[in-house]
Design a binder for this molecule. Structure first.
Ligand SMILES: [Zn+2]
Length: 501
């Protein structure tokens, strides 16, 4: 009997020990195929034994419209365990794609990110989320025997903030020779409207997620989380990540949250608290715009710096929290519209946190989309509802060229069709990225914890990996991870939803 078989026998004993089953190890064939069969049997046995784990009670998963809906509930450890267990294949797959991207852009090895997670981020993560992150690892291991540990999962959760905020800051600090040209990302087009701007006078909120198609095609989870403490949450998200991260979410106290990222943001505070932790905490515990702001400011590390667009359905008030590191500003109104497409507007934030950004370049993606939001929202003043918001998220008007053409300047982004790319984010010509999915909701839907979501380009267009890679060999490194991204239908999701409803 070889070592792996001995180990296999030992694992089976552990698994069946508690249920009174027994496995006789002697005389088992030692051929490779029998060994493979044995490993598969063990995997099945592990999964079978774990499926009755009490921590999985109440959790569920189903698929609809290209999304994976996940219901999680209980204490932090249980929520993490359910997440890791029910999404194990998607987490392994997402981790491979995301970690490859982090290493490729920064020219750093994975151990670098594990160390940053362990030494810089972990000590400042609230105990509740440490337990949830450890639960994810345990759920993963129980389901698949995954080799990922908590350092991997923490680094992975910080996939927006470590490569594009921490590393450029560190390169500058250390005067790293030949450092790669890293830029903070420019994720998303979004708006929140209220008062005389919307059809029913109540809040309407919509968002499409801009990212690489490599990551974006995997950004297909709808999380319905009923935590032991705090408010219930319904949000879109990425497998293995505890925050929405793109971000779009509502909570049971009526808070509505989305954001777009600040282009050409610079800065990082190594003593601060990870953004993914603050963002998750704010959605879980904030019942008002003030509470949301307070949680996001507490330990602000500058990571993944966003213009947060907020709504409180209880008061009908909307707000924009432009969260720089050195400066920030909060605007709020009960009658207005606040849009985002990756530009900062406060003069202090611009000067201190995004000094390279040019607000006057009408040809750049953030400013061209800003002009389009202004135009489109004004045209529809008083008529805005969720249906209209869905259409707006798929808009292809390019204000710089004054024509319809899906490219890097349109609200529904298709940078793979642009010979210009987006230099502000270091997206080269024809970069395979853009709008990867969209979501919308309003105050009435939020009261019932409902959102609309569409996977893929919000316009309904498909991205096909094979012809793209054939035409653009410069992106060949993405080939193992880049898949087709086909648009699904606009699909409604709600808290407590059961499969096939
Ligand atoms: Zn489109």
């Amino acid at each position: 009997m070889n070592d792996s078989m001995r180990r296999a026998g030992a694992i089976l004993l552990v698994i069946f020990g508690g249920t009174g089953l027994w496995w006789a190890g002697s005389g088992a064939p030692a051929s490779a195929s029998a060994n493979d069969a044995m490993v598969a049997t063990i995997a099945a046995a592990r999964e079978h034994a774990a499926a009755s784990d009490p921590r999985l009670q109440g959790a569920s998963r189903f698929e609809a419209g290209g999304w994976i809906y996940l219901h999680l509930e209980g204490d932090p450890g249980a929520i993490g365990f359910q997440h890791g267990y029910l999404l194990a294949p998607e987490i392994e797959d997402g981790f491979a794609a995301v970690s490859a991207g982090m290493m490729h852009s920064t020219e750093r090895d994975w151990e670098f990110f594990r160390k940053a997670a362990r030494e810089m981020l972990w000590p400042k993560i609230d105990a509740e989320y440490q337990q949830e992150l450890m639960g994810i690892v345990e759920g993963l291991r129980t389901r698949t025997g995954s080799k990922l540990d908590v350092d991997d999962i923490v680094a992975f959760n910080a996939f927006e903030e470590l490569p594009d905020y921490y590393v450029p800051w560190l390169n500058k600090q250390q005067r790293t020779a030949n450092a790669p040209n890293l830029k903070s990302p420019g994720n998303c087009s979004a708006f929140v409207a209220a008062g005389s701007w919307t059809k029913d006078g109540q809040i309407v909120m919509a968002h499409n997620n801009w990212t690489s198609y490599r990551n974006g095609e995997r950004w297909r989870i709808v999380f319905d989380i009923a935590p032991k403490n705090g408010y219930r949450m319904l949000m879109d998200g990425f497998p293995g990540v505890i925050a929405s991260d793109d971000d779009f979410g509502i909570n049971s106290d009526g808070l509505m949250v989305t954001e777009t990222t600040i282009t050409q943001f610079e800065g990082w505070d190594p003593k601060g608290k990870a953004e993914f932790v603050r963002a998750r905490k704010a959605l879980q515990y904030a019942g008002s715009i003030d509470e949301y702001t307070k949680i996001m400011l507490d330990g602000n590390n500058g990571g993944y710096a966003n213009d947060w667009l907020l709504g409180d359905r209880k008061t009908g008030e909307i707000a924009q929290l432009e969260l720089g590191l050195k400066a920030y500003k909060l605007w709020r109104t009960k009658d207005g519209v606040l849009s985002g497409s990756n530009w900062a507007r406060d003069s202090k934030v611009l000067k201190e946190d995004a000094p390279q950004f040019d607000p006057n370049n009408k040809e750049s993606s953030p400013n061209a989309r800003r002009a389009r939001w202004d135009e489109l929202l004004k045209e529809n003043k008083g008529k805005i509802d969720v249906k209209l918001a869905e259409q707006m998220l798929g808009d292809h008007a390019d204000t710089a060229q004054k024509k319809e053409e899906a490219n890097e300047r349109t609200l529904c982004g298709h940078v793979d069709g642009s010979p210009r790319g987006v230099k502000e984010w270091d997206w080269q010509p024809y970069y395979p990225g853009g709008a990867v999915q969209g979501k919308a909701t309003d105050a009435a839907m939020t009261k019932e914890m409902r959102i609309m979501a569409r996977m893929g380009h919000p316009c309904g267009g498909d991205f096909l990996a094979k012809p793209f890679l054939a035409a653009h060999p410069e992106y060949a490194w993405e080939e193992p991870y880049l898949r087709d991204m086909k648009a699904g239908p606009w699909t409604e999701f709600r808290s407590g939803q059961a499969p096939k409803e």
